[in-house]
Write a protein that binds this ligand. Structure first.
Ligand code: ZN
Ligand code: ZN
Ligand code: ZN
Length: 373
């Protein structure tokens, strides 16, 4: 068991479930399960579900053929009983019976993993005959503030994606398509220290104006600005996500240079505003103000950032209306963008940490508009 997944998390989840009036949390494969147990279970049609009762011993229901993998995972060291079900068993009934026996009464209300497949959620609900809420409402409070070990894991993920950005000139050249460049980048994301590439956005020329454009067969032309937003997941389970905007082999459009200067100023101001007690929406407002003052407010079409950890998008969200205060240990992106439809886009994105007295960036590659050879 690593310090990344300390053994007290299950206890804390049990207490939080009890305070929320839930008899148990039901967690199928995903970030909540991994957060509590270190078990990176495969999402399968066969039910795998961790049951964390508000009181009593947690248990993990797994398909019999997955039991060796579960026993080999850190979950086995946590005193969690691992129960295998055979192909002809009804795992939903099995789970419901075990929970009822443990509670000594019918189950009243459970919290189910926010991203549980609906097929499993409905079957569990029917087997339990219980009310259902979102486990995320409990888990968020545990996961949103990262431990020092988690922050270092995110810093390692950030360093890995920084190494890919540092090599971008090897692949991003006029005459190549976004798809060709994207394939090379995806390979490098794995080569530089991730177990998988989660997304590769190469938005060249007018495609850069679509924030979530991925890859196309567009051939990159000399002087094109190219938005490169990339991320992956490391073996430790933590995610990276960083955007840089490049100009490829030529002189950039003067309007892009002007946009970019505004954007860099907005991104810097937002990062500088990070401190405990500052609201999430304030960070968004700081970035938005700089961009709006320069006349591009309508072209900044998304929130300023999202939390990141075991998932690449999680709480907290830096968006107008989110009055939650930042707290030390929160980790999130700061990624303003300016998108001029039909022409070009630009975005700068760093993962940041709220520290005891300010903010710290984890992505450290140059934020200048870099013109590649
Ligand atoms: Zn995005
Ligand atoms: Zn991104
Ligand atoms: Zn992002």
């Amino acid at each position: 068991m690593t310090a990344l997944c300390p053994p007290d998390r299950v206890d804390r989840a049990q207490q939080a479930a009890g305070r929320a009036g839930l008899d148990a949390l039901l967690l199928t494969p995903g970030a909540d399960l991994r957060y509590l147990t270190g078990y990176a279970a495969m999402p399968l049609e066969r039910l795998t579900c961790l049951v964390v009762p508000a009181a009593g011993r947690p248990f993990l229901v797994v398909p019999l053929l997955e039991r060796p993998a579960a026993l080999a995972s850190p979950a086995a060291d946590l005193g969690i009983e691992i129960i295998g079900w055979a192909e002809t068993d009804d795992p939903y009934r099995l789970l419901a019976d075990l929970l009822r026996r443990q509670l000594g009464r019918a189950t009243d209300r459970v919290g189910m993993a926010d991203r549980m497949w609906l097929e499993q959620a409905l079957r569990l609900r029917d087997a339990l005959g219980a009310g259902v809420g979102l486990a995320g409402e409990v888990m968020r409070g545990l996961r949103v503030r990262k431990s020092p070990a988690e922050i270092e894991a995110l810093a390692r993920a950030a360093a890995a994606i920084d190494r890919v950005h540092a090599r971008i000139g090897e692949w991003l050249r006029p005459g190549r398509t976004e798809a060709q460049v994207g394939r090379d980048i995806a390979e490098a994301i794995v080569g530089e220290g991730h177990v998988r590439a989660d997304f590769v956005i190469v938005g060249s020329g007018p495609n850069g104006a679509s924030p979530h454009h991925e890859l196309s067969d567009r051939v990159i032309a000399p002087g094109d600005p190219v938005v490169v937003d990339i991320g992956g997941t490391t073996a430790e389970g933590y995610c990276s996500d960083s955007t840089r905007t490049y100009v490829v082999g030529g002189t950039p459009d003067p309007e892009l240079v002007r946009c970019y200067a505004v954007l860099a100023q907005a991104q810097e101001a937002a990062c500088d505003a990070i401190a405990p007690g500052v609201s999430c929406q304030h960070i968004d407002a700081v970035a938005r103000q700089v961009i709006t003052d320069a006349g591009y407010g309508a072209q900044f079409v998304h929130r300023t950032g999202h939390g990141i950890g075991l998932e690449s998008h999680e709480d907290p969200y830096l968006v107008a209306g989110n009055e939650d205060p930042l707290e030390p240990g929160m980790t999130f992106s700061v990624e303003p963008g300016i998108y001029l439809a039909g022409r070009h886009g630009a975005r700068i994105e760093d993962i940041c940490v709220c520290t005891e007295d300010g903010g710290r960036r984890l992505n450290l590659t140059s934020r200048e508009l870099s013109v590649l050879g």
